[in-house]
Design a protein around this ligand. Structure first.
Ligand code: DC
Length: 220
């Protein structure tokens, strides 16, 4: 099978992954995939169905039996993939503090990560992708030539989250995501590391696009 074009954007919480991935996808006409939203959707589903998120077996079982579909929708010039559960997209529910607290537990379950990897890889059927997450360059599409790792100072990331109206201990979540044994958060091999403290999203996304074009040109 031909390797699909995938721009993998990984990084710490509130490092600007979503904002930049969206800008890059919109500029290039690629399909945007938020993989964090998929983990959040499973966490929300578990909370809804009384599944103990601290019980890996129960979470794996929930992931085995939930009924999901992927769809690609266009909104304001951005094509994006959504994961639906029983035909429903829980857009607001997956952003609550309760879901945020539950999601690292769910994301640490190996069976869940297997399911997510398969589902995320299948998004290539929608076209060239900009996919953001924690393990995209290291685990989901390790063969892509276009890997980016975003980071910013903890103070700046905390400021960004607070500006979004969310109070969260980012350092604790990043530590849990980095220390889990299944596909931990890490800088993928061959990734361009971008510390975007003090940069605007326009500057950061322009850096990503310039490097993508340079690498793509070098391959042709
Ligand atoms: O990017 P986010 O905050 O929406 O991610 C939610 C959680 O999901 C985060 O704690 C890490 C986890 N996650 C992951 O383990 N792997 C991914 N590819 C994406 C997110």
């Amino acid at each position: 099978m031909k390797t699909p074009i995938v721009i993998a954007i990984d990084g710490t919480s509130a490092s600007g992954k979503s904002t930049n991935a969206r800008l890059v996808a919109r500029k290039l006409g690629f399909v945007y995939v938020d993989t964090g939203a998929m983990y959040r959707t499973l966490a929300w589903y578990c909370l809804q169905h009384g599944v103990d998120v601290q019980d890996p077996k129960a979470v794996a079982e929930a992931c085995r039996r939930w009924k999901t579909t992927l769809e690609c929708v266009e909104q304001d010039g951005l094509r994006a993939v959504r994961l639906l559960v029983n035909g429903y997209y829980p857009e607001r529910e997956i952003r609550t503090a309760e879901t945020s607290a539950a999601v690292p537990h769910v994301a640490a379950v190996p069976k869940v990560r297997e399911w997510m990897k398969k589902t995320q890889r299948s998004c290539a059927r929608f076209g060239p992708l900009v996919m953001e997450g924690r393990d995209i360059g290291s685990n989901v599409f390790p063969d892509t030539d276009y890997k980016f790792y975003l980071d910013a100072s903890l103070a700046e990331r905390t400021r960004r989250r607070n500006a979004d109206g969310v109070q969260e201990n980012l350092a604790a979540r990043d530590q849990r995501d980095s220390q889990r044994s299944a596909a931990p958060l890490m800088v993928p091999l061959g990734a361009v590391v971008i510390d975007n403290s003090g940069e605007t999203p326009e500057q950061t996304s322009a850096r990503i696009i310039a490097e993508f074009e340079r690498r793509r040109g070098a391959r042709e």
